[in-house]
Write a protein that binds this ligand. Structure first.
Ligand code: RRO
Length: 308
């Protein structure tokens, strides 16, 4: 089940989606058992920004049929708070650490990359250019030109892997992925959440404090599979596939759509051990289907699998 990803050797292909598993809180709850049976082969932290943020006004969650809408709004301690308080705890995790970053300008991204990449405990960086819940006037990942310019600014700052988290809220995600690759990204991850809203049936006003949010869970999986196939067919860099993965069969579908790694997101809220379960179900499924490992099934659904 081991898999090579951007120079990292991972025990299996299942990781977490950023912001869907609080490893620090889980450590307080589960103690040593968390490290003994850590559910993911690498850990992606919740996105941080340069300055601390309080997040969006409540309510921040709405449960939908087969999913949920979040309007969390990126609450975090800011770069200095993360480095001082969170990183020392996350550095103790038994798997490689990927830190997720978001800025509203190239200068902010530069400060974040410079602050984080120098830390020995950080294996790779994920650039979140796709958060639907922070309204800065420009979502970099909605435009290939902005994505390319951002990568050209950040690429010289670090030799560590840069993963670009793509938005599904565009007509052509493959064009953005290609721009990320051209700018020197090492991998892409997709999908972030789909723009969504819910109306409070009692008041007929928007339920979420911010008026809208991002949809995740099984409801979005078919959208993710379509976009993953399009992106994996277009680029030569590896992709992390996510969007409603809740079982080994879902993970195999992502792998067949071209994913090198698969991230579990919303399902972690229902079952904190979902990552381990998805990985073991995937292992059994691969074996029963006669695949030697996840790599053997990668891109099986594509007309021209990557590397073919
Ligand atoms: O914090 C959030 O509201 C959030 C983020 Br940063 C993101 O990238 N995707 C999402 O659905 N929510």
């Amino acid at each position: 089940m081991s898999v090579a990803f951007c120079g990292l050797e991972l025990d299996h292909p299942v990781i977490n989606g950023s912001g869907t598993f609080d490893a620090i809180a889980a450590g307080r709850t589960f103690g040593a058992a968390l490290h003994e049976r850590f559910p993911f082969s690498a850990f992606v932290s919740k996105t941080i920004t340069v300055e601390p943020r309080a997040g969006n006004p409540p309510p921040r969650l709405w449960e939908t049929a087969a999913g949920m809408i979040n309007s969390i709004g990126l609450p975090n301690k800011g770069l200095d708070g993360f480095l001082a308080q969170d990183l020392p705890v996350l550095a103790e995790l038994p798997v490689p650490l990927i830190v997720s970053l978001m800025g509203t300008s190239p200068e902010q991204f530069t400060r974040l990359v410079e602050g984080v990449a120098a830390e020995q405990a950080v294996a790779a960086l994920e650039l979140n250019v796709s958060c639907p819940n922070v309204h800065s006037g420009l979502i970099v990942g909605e435009q290939p030109e902005e994505t390319l310019a951002l990568l050209e600014a950040l690429r010289p700052l670090t030799g560590k892997p840069l993963i670009v988290k793509l938005t599904p809220n565009v007509a052509d995600p493959a064009a953005v992925a290609l721009a990320a690759e051209e700018g020197g990204a090492d991998a892409v991850s997709l999908i972030n959440t789909l723009k969504a809203a819910a109306i409070d049936p009692a008041t007929l006003r928007p339920w979420l404090g911010a008026g809208r949010g991002g949809l995740s869970g099984p409801a979005v999986r078919a959208v993710a599979v379509e976009q993953l196939r399009a992106v994996a067919s277009a680029v030569g860099i590896p992709a992390i596939g996510m969007g409603g993965v809740a079982s080994g069969a879902d993970a195999l579908e992502m792998i067949a759509a071209g994913a090198t790694l698969v991230a579990v997101g919303t399902e972690n809220f229902r079952d904190p051990a979902a990552g381990s379960r998805v990985a073991s179900e995937l292992a059994k499924l691969l074996e029963s289907r006669g695949f030697e490992g996840p790599g053997a099934a990668r891109g099986a659904s594509l007309d021209s699998p990557a590397g073919a």
